[in-house]
Ligand binder design. Structure first.
Ligand code: BES
Ligand code: ZN
Ligand code: ZN
Length: 450
């Protein structure tokens, strides 16, 4: 059945007799039938319309339509009285809500609903759809079981995904990987599924070279320092940082952004086995830095350091890494807001604006150089874990900072707490949130002044 949307604004003057004042509240959706013709009344009364609220509103309209069995909706966008940014957000929320990871399900809900609207809005529809598809790419990678998404399978998917696009893909494996990415090689040694490092290059103009590094641990058991506890299934999403980078590169390419981006994705399992790396091992990095392994569960920082050194060796001006790095970041910020560290000044206002535009929330975290002493090792230049039980996310950031020369502008995003959604509602469904795709795209745009 085909249905119509009718937006209700502040004064409620146009309210049909069967509706009351509260039906105009923002986000309220009420369905009424007039001689078999359904109308979805959508409340829009509010002082301030946040982009996130518009995205969730669109998602809730889609869910309501699916529930009622509507196959099409007339969307009166003029009556919506919204800016282009808000209409773009509406489409983005609409498409994000259509996401399902149902490849392993016998039965699943059909989320298909056709939107009919004035063709003038086509470009905004296309933009929202492109953004949602990039987020869906990251969600798909995160939701895939770890035995399917092994490092080599992940690498194959990337080759496939970027075939016939402007993005070049190079995959490191075997001896070449061992030479350039020694820590990734060591972390992966316990697994029958050997590691890979994927390099994605999008050379599409832009004033500077941007290096993106994403943690791609396809399953984190903790290794010999084995994890305990029941939530270990979520560790299939320990490649969420790399998935965010993949989505962001796809988005930059699909939108034809004039940027010069190189993504470095160390892909590995972290699992115990007779060949697994051990606490007490010393890893020798490409630049000669040595690291003593204090705990094999602090593997993310080890492989990211490989990526950071590589990004510098190829001359990246700005380096952004993103990772499901520490449980500690969730203790600091809860389950909605990721932490961002920067070796140059980064204001709260900038973080708020990036969060508002992208929908992925971030808050600035401090680099505290005094804590670097906690990473001292009796054997090597530093250890991969700190002596203190406090401030684990900051200590991890200090570990990474050790590998960054101050000539480079560097951002580090710890998203361990946001890889799955804070709440499964609106445009978020069960499983991965697809966090970081829109955030990275926004950060890149900001760095390039786009
Ligand atoms: N992958 C985990 C971090 C994580 C925790 C991601 C919870 C998602 C949800 C990381 O590799 C890890 O195990 N970190 C340890 C570090 C510790 C051993 C210093 C942690 O945060 O407990
Ligand atoms: Zn770990
Ligand atoms: Zn991990």
């Amino acid at each position: 059945m085909q249905a119509k949307i009718h937006f209700l604004h502040k004064d409620g003057k146009e309210l049909p007799s069967s509706l009351k004042k509260q039906h105009i509240d923002f986000g309220k959706i009420t369905i009424r039938y007039y001689q078999e013709s359904p109308i979805l009344f959508v409340g829009l009364a509010t002082e301030k319309r946040e982009l996130e609220a518009v995205k969730h509103l669109a998602a809730n309209i889609r869910r309501a339509a699916v529930k009622e069995g509507f196959i099409g909706l007339d969307l009166p966008l003029d009556q919506f009285q919204a800016s282009d940014e808000e209409i773009g957000a509406f489409f983005e929320g609409w498409y994000l809500a259509g996401y399902q990871f149902n490849k392993y399900k016998k039965n699943s809900t059909n989320m298909k609903v056709e939107l009919n609207y004035h063709p003038d809005y086509q470009p905004l529809d296309q933009l929202g759809k492109t953004v949602a598809e990039a987020v869906a790419t990251a969600r798909d990678l995160c939701n895939e079981p770890a035995r399917v998404l092994t490092p080599s399978h992940y690498a194959d998917r990337l080759v496939q995904m970027f075939r016939a696009t402007k993005v070049e893909v190079k995959i490191f494996s075997g001896e070449e990987l061992q030479k350039h990415f020694p820590a990734t090689n060591r972390v992966g040694e316990g697994s029958a599924h050997s590691p890979r490092v994927a390099i994605l290059t999008l050379a599409n103009g832009g004033s500077q070279s941007i290096g993106l590094v994403g943690k791609g641990v396809t399953f984190d058991t903790g290794g010999i320092s084995l994890k305990t506890g029941s939530d270990i299934v979520d560790m299939k999403m320990d490649m969420g940082g790399s998935a965010a980078v993949v989505g962001a590169v796809k988005l930059a390419a699909d939108l034809d952004l004039p940027v010069n981006v190189t993504a470095i994705l160390p892909l590995t399992e972290n699992i115990p086995g007779s060949r697994a790396y051990l606490p007490s091992d010393v890893i020798v990095y490409k630049d000669g830095t040595t690291v003593e392994v204090g705990n094999t569960d602090a593997e993310g920082r080890l492989i990211l350091a490989d990526g950071l050194l590589y990004a510098q060796s190829i001359g990246a001006d700005v380096i952004i890494d993103i990772a499901t790095l520490t449980g500690s970041i969730g203790n600091a910020l809860g389950l909605k807001v990721a932490g961002i560290f920067c070796n140059q000044s980064l204001s709260i206002e900038t973080c708020q604006e990036i969060s508002r535009k992208s929908g992925d929330s971030i808050w600035p975290m401090p680099l505290v150089d005094d804590y670097a002493s906690l990473l001292a090792s009796p054997t090597a230049d530093l250890k991969n874990v700190g002596k203190s039980p406090y401030g684990g996310a900051v200590i991890a950031a200090e570990f990474l900072k050790h590998f960054i020369s101050p000539k480079h502008k560097w951002y580090h995003i710890d998203m361990a707490n946001t890889v799955t959604p804070f709440e499964e509602n609106g445009y978020y469904s069960k499983g991965a949130a697809g966090f970081g795709v829109r955030l990275l795209a926004e950060l890149i745009k900001q760095e390039e002044g786009i």
